[in-house]
Ligand binder design. Structure first.
Ligand code: RP5
Length: 164
């Protein structure tokens, strides 16, 4: 099946974090593709990946990068598809640099920026699912069930805490 979500990361060192997004998409049965491309080491490849995505049937792009992370912004500049950014930790500033680079996009070219690291990558997957669920009732049902499972889990832990 053709991928609906494109996950792009700046380096293979980002893979352990970005796999959190991939795992969510797998769990929800959303077809996706993972690619490595760097906005500064491979700028032409990055531009082509972004500008050709919509034509290949991609609906959402998740971009993860660390340090001076311009990957998500560069991708967003080359496509009108929704772009979800995942700032990756590491380096001297441990992801705060990447967070600011993604979240502080100047007006006009948005990047929907998630939290730093694995929680952000997981939420990027879930946010992509939520966008796709707007036009896919099966997926909307799965997302509702996912939330209900989380709520049940809290209830069970709460009840266990007060058991003698
Ligand atoms: C960024 O620089 C990548 O996204 C990665 O998070 C960081 C370090 O890259 P490597 O030196 O590990 O390839 O471009």
């Amino acid at each position: 099946m053709k991928p609906h979500v494109l996950i792009v990361m700046g380096s293979d060192s980002d893979l352990p974090v970005m796999d959190e997004a991939a795992n969510i998409l797998k769990e929800f049965g959303v077809p996706f593709e993972k690619r490595i491309s760097s906005a500064h080491r491979a700028p032409r490849k990055t531009g082509a990946l972004a500008s050709e995505a919509a034509g290949r049937g991609i609906r959402i792009i998740i971009a993860g990068a660390g340090m001076a992370a311009h990957l998500a912004g560069v991708i967003a500049a080359e496509t009108t598809l929704p772009v979800i950014g995942v700032p990756i930790g590491g380096g001297a500033l441990n992801g705060v640099d990447a967070l600011y680079a993604m979240v502080q996009m100047p007006g006009g070219i948005p990047v929907a920026t998630m939290a730093i690291g694995k929680a952000g990558a997981k939420n990027a997957g879930l946010h992509a699912v939520a966008i796709l669920a707007l036009t896919d009732s099966d997926l909307a049902g799965k997302l509702k069930a996912y939330r209900e499972t989380m709520a049940r889990d809290v209830e069970e832990k709460d009840a266990a805490l007060n058991c003698p």
